[in-house]
Design a protein around this ligand. Structure first.
Ligand SMILES: NC(=O)c1ccc[n+]([C@@H]2O[C@H](COP(=O)([O-])OP(=O)(O)OC[C@H]3O[C@@H](n4cnc5c(N)ncnc54)[C@H](O)[C@@H]3O)[C@@H](O)[C@H]2O)c1
Length: 334
């Protein structure tokens, strides 16, 4: 086993964290990384790595990922993509990157991995769900997306499953919860406030919560399905180590474990960690459109199947996540 791992979308938030995590994974000894993104990716300091700045929407730059000095990767983390609002606002770009480019990646993985199927780990999202949903989403819940992002992810999931069924690749599809707290500047994503109401106040900056009109609004009981970045990245690494025969025989889809947090619970955790001065920086202006979109996402999943595969879940709700983010700010990494 060569332990050569290709990460696409490696200049993105989770791609960067994953590269660091793989370098220190005891089960992935002497990892060699091929890091690719349309933006120049940064390699972890101690890693044996090659970086490629490439637009992965054409065959030639995709084939080049398999022809570096590190040889053919045995595992691919296919993370690149156009996120929720981006693919909703630019339908054609969303299709090109979230579907066409993934199909080209799969075809290249099939060709270059003809001798030994490559592990192909694809990051999907709870945006694949829409319409009437049961109280708790289980592996049997049918995904019917109501947006371009979820449609693109689900289309690619079908391809990953079919390529796996045929033995072209060893696919693993991980549907992520909303990951909190995302560092950096506020994004235009509909879910951006879920991180924003923690991140900005802890940095001493005012933020606008689009849910409810005051701290007492009943709208603050809006629940979301979330996970911390630390747990999610551990689960990304775990996805590589699950024995193929442990997956359900008819699908490689796994909804990564998460937990339900309401906006109110987030704000309570913010106050515990940052005090009243942090809470006072949250201002309210209810945005019914934003609230409707977030309300349409499933807020509860059954974690039993992913836990049975060895994935892990955050313990202790929002407070430890907010505390960790506070530490990251103090360490200058958030
Ligand atoms: N962060 C979350 O809460 C979350 C939730 C659900 C699913 N996901 C999925 O996880 C993955 C990583 O998410 P993230 O938060 O790190 O996203 P991100 O936006 O930070 O990173 C995505 C990367 O893809 C790159 N990219 C876009 N188009 C490209 C192209 N044509 N060629 C090459 N690279 C291209 C971007 O430059 C960017 O660096 C994505 O597939 C995303 O859909 C994330």
């Amino acid at each position: 086993m060569s332990n050569t791992v290709l990460i696409t979308g490696a200049a993105g938030w989770l791609g960067g964290l994953l590269a660091e995590a793989l370098v220190s994974d005891p089960k992935t000894l002497n990892v060699r990384l091929i890091l690719a993104d349309i933006v120049e990716p940064k390699a972890p300091k101690s890693a044996k790595a090659v970086t490629l700045k490439a637009d992965l929407t054409a065959k030639e730059p995709i084939d080049a990922l398999f022809k570096t000095e590190l040889g053919i990767p045995d595992t691919i983390y296919c993370l690149h993509g156009i996120m929720s609002r981006g693919s909703e606002d630019n339908f054609d770009l969303g299709l090109k990157v979230n579907v066409d480019s993934i199909r080209l990646m799969l075809q290249a993985a099939r060709e270059f991995g003809a001798k030994s199927p490559i592990k192909f780990i694809f990051t999907s999202s709870l945006a694949v769900y829409g319409g009437p949903l049961p109280h708790t989403v289980t592996p049997d819940t049918i995904a019917t997306p109501e947006g371009a992002y979820g449609m693109g992810k689900l289309t690619s999931e079908l391809l990953v499953n079919e390529y796996s069924r045929r033995g072209f690749i060893d696919g693993r599809i991980i549907r992520l919860p909303t990951i909190v707290v995302r560092p950096g500047v506020p994004s235009a994503a509909t879910s951006a406030f879920i991180s924003g109401v923690i991140r900005e106040p802890l940095k001493g900056i005012e933020c606008l919560c689009p849910i409810g009109d005051s701290i007492d609004s009943p709208e603050l009981d809006l629940p979301s399905w979330v996970a911390s970045p630390e747990t999610t990245i551990k689960n990304f690494v775990a996805a590589k180590h699950v024995p193929a025969e442990k997956f359900l025989s008819h699908t490689r889809v796994v909804c990564l474990p998460g937990f339900t947090a309401t906006v109110r619970e987030e704000l309570q955790a913010l106050e515990k960690v940052g005090g009243k001065k942090a809470l006072d920086l949250v201002k309210f202006k209810d945005d019914p459109i934003n609230r409707r979109i977030v309300s349409s996402w499933p807020p509860r999943f059954d974690n039993s199947y992913p836990l049975s595969l060895g994935f892990i879940v955050d313990e202790g709700g929002m407070e430890p996540i907010v505390r960790q983010f506070q530490k990251d700010i103090e360490a200058g990494i958030a």
